[in-house]
Ligand binder design. Structure first.
Ligand code: ADQ
Length: 489
């Protein structure tokens, strides 16, 4: 498409995700305050600037009244966001239930929460019905805002039913779907009662994307085994119709981090942190407080390291920043108490009157404070039990141009496939191995650190979020073009 001055205008992109990149807090009957949300998907998509993008999603609040809905819609429009309104019951069944209690643990190989396994099995059908209803509500809003030529990019496990709903509205709509979590082995997916319906709905998209080749392979093999469809090197074929399936590893807006390090406020933070931890090596963990992140395993490995290396006890500190999420879910509340309990015990065991080995913060940090922390870190510890990609590891690398710190990275994070050559890869379940890796990282000679860092820095600065989005959208375009050619032949 062209503008009046002859230059091509930006491609319109409707980004559809469960949550908008902002959270809304009601300040009065018709006034709202918007705050940017924390999370991998938001971080990645904020870096996408080449498109004329609008974001469609739930604002994270129940707004039953029309005045409130109108005011919120207006406030969000200024941020190019369009709300989908979901009532409390739907949110309970769709979001807390089917998405967070069933799909999230299943896709991360964690199974269902032990104590309500049977209860979940019983309520499964009603939760799945709510999931489909919520996806239908998203589809209605997309359809209202869709203009011919738009690309619709659906995100994540919350919206697996959306491609099918959209194509029912308009079979010419150009629809892509991307999964931010792992897609598990087909043996795991097979256990899901709604396994076939979900796969078929996703296959209605023109292009289906995953972070890694392995996840894409698992998806194709689930379609082959469960639906009996043919998997080809291009994707999945159903009676002559091809759904393209491919890997699109996500990245970050690395320049944003690199530029931030030059800012006076970040430099001040860095100075303060250096003074505060002078004489000690700094280890860092930054995670959403979620079972997939392996936070208890990380802290236990650090304890083992201190136990086995008494000479390091007053020379190293672990800063663990964990932003709480899904705080109303009992499993997450239990995890928070468990982490507090372990941290308290270790600090009691190895702390002194003047210093403790672990500083644990249960909160989100602002961007500048986060950059400063990354910059002063000697060793970053990412011990996810499973993680679609893990952007924290990328952000750490981007901020390490001068320090050249070491990244210890779980082999179960998608990032292990891109940063594996520069990081020390570990099995987070094996705390003996992680403890040994901490020792190796802290003692690593400068030339080895430099070499490992260069490898990862090169990757992080060339495989950016902008490049990720541009590649996905251009592949979506090509896929549709090729499909049109095939139907003409
Ligand atoms: P997340 O599970 O949220 O993302 P991750 O990729 O590490 O995980 O991204 C977390 C983001 O939140 C980072 O940008 C980080 O800076 C920020 N963050 C985390 N804790 C914070 C804190 N305490 N304060 C401030 N910011 C904090 C999901 C998948 C991942 C996948 C991404 C993107 O689970 O596997 O990499 O989506 O696809």
């Amino acid at each position: 498409c062209e503008r009046q001055d002859g230059r091509p205008s930006k491609q319109r992109l409707l980004v559809v995700a469960n949550r908008l990149p902002v959270s809304a807090v009601r300040k009065g009957e018709d006034s709202w305050q918007l705050e940017i949300s924390v999370g991998g998907l938001v971080s990645a998509l904020l870096g996408v600037k080449e498109f004329d993008a609008r974001w469609i999603g739930w604002a994270g609040v129940n707004v039953p009244d029309e005045i409130g809905q109108k005011a919120l819609t207006k406030a969000l429009a200024e941020k190019r966001c369009i709300p989908v309104f979901l009532d409390e019951e739907i949110v309970h069944q769709y979001y807390n239930g089917y998405c967070n209690n069933i799909l999230w643990p299943l896709f991360h190989y964690l199974g269902l929460p032990q104590e309500d396994r049977l209860a979940t099995t019983r309520s499964f059908q009603s939760q799945f019905d709510a999931y489909k209803k919520a996806n239908q509500l998203f589809a209605e809003v997309v359809n209202q805002h869709y203009e011919e030529g738009d690309f619709v990019w659906c995100h994540d496990y919350h919206l697996m039913f959306l491609p099918k709903c959209l194509k029912e509205y308009n079979s010419n709509m150009k629809v892509g779907w991307f999964l931010h979590t792992p897609f598990p082995s087909s043996e795991i997916h097979r256990t899901l009662p709604s396994r076939s319906e979900l796969l078929r709905s996703v296959l209605a998209a023109d292009l289906v994307g995953f972070h890694t080749y392995d996840y894409a392979r698992h998806f194709v093999s689930a379609c082959t085994r469960i639906l009996g469809l043919e998997g080809t090197p291009e994707g999945v074929e159903d009676q002559g119709n091809l759904t393209r399936v491919a890997a699109f590893p996500i990245g970050i807006d690395s320049d944003r981090f690199i530029r931030a390090l030059e800012l006076p406020q970040v430099q001040n933070h860095i100075k303060e942190l250096k003074e505060r931890f002078a004489g000690r090596k700094v280890m860092l963990g930054v995670d959403r407080l979620d079972m997939i992140k392996g936070i208890p395993q990380k802290i236990l490995a650090f304890e083992k390291f201190l136990e086995e290396n008494p000479n390091w006890r007053d020379k190293v500190v672990l800063l663990q920043i964990a932003v709480p999420t899904r705080t109303d879910v009992p499993e997450y509340q239990k995890l928070t108490s468990q982490v507090h309990e372990i941290v308290g015990r270790i600090n009691g065991r190895f702390g002194t009157l003047t210093a403790v080995p672990i500083h644990h913060l249960d909160r989100s940090l602002d961007f500048h404070a986060l950059c400063a922390l990354y910059a002063v870190t000697d060793v970053a510890l990412v011990t996810s039990l499973r993680d679609g990609m893990n952007l924290v590891s990328y952000e750490f690398v981007a901020c390490q141009a001068s320090k050249k710190g070491v990244l210890i990275l779980s082999e179960f994070a998608g990032a292990a496939q891109s940063l594996g050559a520069g990081a020390i890869l570990v099995n987070p379940w094996n705390i003996t191995e992680v403890a040994a890796s901490i020792g190796y990282a802290l003692n690593m000679p400068a030339d080895e650190r430099e070499k490992r860092h260069q490898h990862n820095f090169m990757h992080v600065t060339t495989h950016t979020s902008q490049e990720w989005a541009a590649t996905f959208v251009s592949e979506l375009n090509d896929t549709i073009f090729e499909a049109q050619l095939r139907t003409r032949q």
